[in-house]
Design a protein. Structure first.
Lengths: 90, 182
């Protein structure tokens, strides 16, 4: 299914690019017109933004959840020892 | 140190998914902090300050790795996504509807595991590009510098990562068999 001047392959590229960069007027217009007519590309776009939203939330979740992650005790001891040496050497 | 070690470790682990590298970077962070404690002015919390140092350490680590590593995945390839589109450039496997809420989905450990398994199927560079762009909101400028590539290649890599990740999730999580969804 092709709509206007861009096919779905090209639109998928523009959708991704539009998430990182400002498109040219020509690209924006082509993208908008295509999306109006193509529900699969519309879905594709929505899902990429869905993944972006998800990763944002994941980032925040990791920050609040980091209490649950424990640095292994051996590593903790190793770091403490290194710090002690470094502090003594200063 | 005890107060922040776990938090820093969690931060690094969430982004690198490599426990031994994460441990090393936490150690480097504390050592750097010790050396730079005079620069800490109390303008931010200690945790924010340490996280800032760690973030730099993570970037340095990746930058070093990419400088040394092979670059075979950076060149745009015309035949890419052949399996995704037909000869007219139309979707071969049409994206199906995802009935899901990011808020709830992100709490499902199983889903996040699937997502990271999907990311692991990408090249490491592509997976990291996606993680730092979407998780950290890093600009493409910063990302290009980090990956040591041109802006065009940066977009290619992100495009590739998103396309493949979305596809992998559709197959492995949203569990559609290629039939058109509602």
């Amino acid at each position: 299914m092709t709509h206007w001047m861009f096919d779905c392959r090209e639109i998928s590229r523009l959708v991704s690019m539009s998430m990182d960069e400002r498109l040219t007027l020509y690209q924006r217009t082509g993208l908008r017109l295509h999306l109006l007519m193509c529900r699969y590309c519309t879905r594709y776009r929505r899902q990429l933004f869905f993944l972006r939203e998800l990763m944002h939330r994941y980032s925040r979740l990791c920050d609040t959840r980091s209490q649950e992650v424990r640095l292994p005790p051996e590593t903790r001891d190793r770091i403490r020892e290194k710090l002690r040496q470094a502090a003594a050497g200063r | 140190m005890d107060l922040y070690a776990d938090a820093l470790y969690g931060y690094a682990l969430a982004r690198l998914h490599d426990p031994s590298v994460a441990e090393d970077l936490v150690q480097e962070t504390f050592l750097a902090a010790l050396g730079g404690v005079a620069h800490f002015r109390g303008r931010s919390s200690v945790r924010t300050w340490l996280t800032g140092i760690l973030k730099h350490k993570i970037m340095d680590h990746l930058r070093r790795k990419y400088r040394e590593g092979p670059r075979r995945d950076t060149a745009p390839d015309g035949r890419e996504f052949e399996g995704f589109f037909d000869e007219h450039g139309a979707w071969k496997r049409k994206p199906t509807r995802w009935a899901a809420d990011p808020h709830r989905l992100v709490q499902q450990q199983q889903f996040m595991e699937t997502l990271f398994e999907c990311l692991a199927e990408l090249s490491e560079r592509a997976a990291n590009a996606f993680i730092f762009r979407e998780m950290e909101g890093m600009t493409t400028d910063e990302l290009c510098k980090l990956l040591d590539i041109s802006a065009t290649n940066c977009w290619v890599i992100l495009h590739r990562a998103r396309m493949k990740l979305r596809h992998c999730l559709e197959v492995n999580w949203f569990g559609n068999t290629g039939k058109e969804g509602p």
